[in-house]
Design a protein around this ligand. Structure first.
Ligand code: ADP
Ligand code: MG
Length: 258
């Protein structure tokens, strides 16, 4: 079975340096290979190609399905650093009662949380990668980009009209709150990709529902981060308090049921 998976995981092939293989061994533990195997036998993916991104907490891989269509597979590391970051968001979180516990279990909960947050944003028409499947520490989603490469992060894009892009991103904050009842919590030029001139919001694991006890602090932090980046790019930015008021304005923001 593992031989089958390995044939379809380019990153496990032998023409790689020692360092690269070290990273791969950490990411592709037995459990993760089992999940990849399930995704393959379930017809979701055919081949895992190269990593798009190698981060502290996990890697994102470029994959293709049987028709050669691209997909993005985010694999969370079940390591101590991820666990530490994740646990402070999950403990005391009503949507995930009973999730505290062993390290792998908490990472699985985190993966589930990112999947559900993507779903909420997607259903509210906020541009995010469409979530496709999750299992254990693996999240499969729509790939943003094309065969020549993934969409660049906002920080690496030169903007013809920074104010226009800014307004789009501010609408992610406001509509994200009002329509998806979510505060992203880590909104920045790193977690926004730009594809065909349009911003796409990613990295939604830490997003919290509007009823989370310090959601408003995170909301303000997102606003301040976005304003700082766009002010530097010469955009005509709106006062943070005004964005905050617009976001929290009474109207269709009924209580969250979860
Ligand atoms: N669906 C996707 N399509 C294309 N590239 C992606 C996708 N998701 C993530 N990436 C790339 O991988 C990087 C890391 O993903 P992210 O979700 O931000 O994880 P983290 O920051 O926790 O490592 C992103 O900055 C982006 O370059
Ligand atoms: Mg990120």
């Amino acid at each position: 079975m593992f031989a089958h998976v390995e044939r379809h995981v380019d990153a496990l092939k032998t023409n790689r340096t020692g360092d690269e293989r070290q990273t791969d061994a950490e990411v592709f533990d037995r459990q993760t290979l089992m999940v990849i195997y399930d995704f393959m036998t379930g017809g979701l993916i055919d081949t895992v190609h190269h990593p798009i991104s190698t981060g502290k907490e996990g890697n994102v891989f470029y994959c293709t399905d049987e028709d050669g269509e691209p997909l993005a597979l985010k694999i969370f590391r079940t390591s101590t650093s991820t666990f530490k970051r994740v646990s402070k968001y999950i403990e005391g979180y009503p949507r995930f009662k009973g999730a505290a516990g062993t390290r792998p279990r908490m990472i699985y909960t985190w993966t589930n949380k990112e999947y559900r947050n993507l779903q909420r944003y997607y259903e509210a028409d906020i541009p995010v990668p469409e979530p496709i499947a999750f299992r254990k520490n693996c999240l499969l989603m729509e790939y943003i980009g094309d065969e020549t490469g993934p969409a660049p992060q906002l920080k690496d894009v030169s903007l013809d009209d920074p104010t226009e892009m800014y307004d789009e991103v501010v609408s992610f904050i406001i509509d994200g709150y009002r329509d998806a009842h979510l505060v992203h919590g880590d909104m920045s030029e790193y977690n926004i990709l730009v594809w065909e001139g349009e911003p796409v919001l990613i990295d939604c694991g830490q997003a919290m529902t509007a009823d989370f006890y310090n959601a408003k602090e995170f909301l303000m932090r997102d606003i301040v981060n976005v304003n700082r980046f766009f002010a530097n790019r010469g955009a005509d930015v709106i006062d943070p308090e005004t964005i905050m008021e617009e976001t929290l304005r009474e109207g269709d923001d009924e209580e969250d049921e979860e």
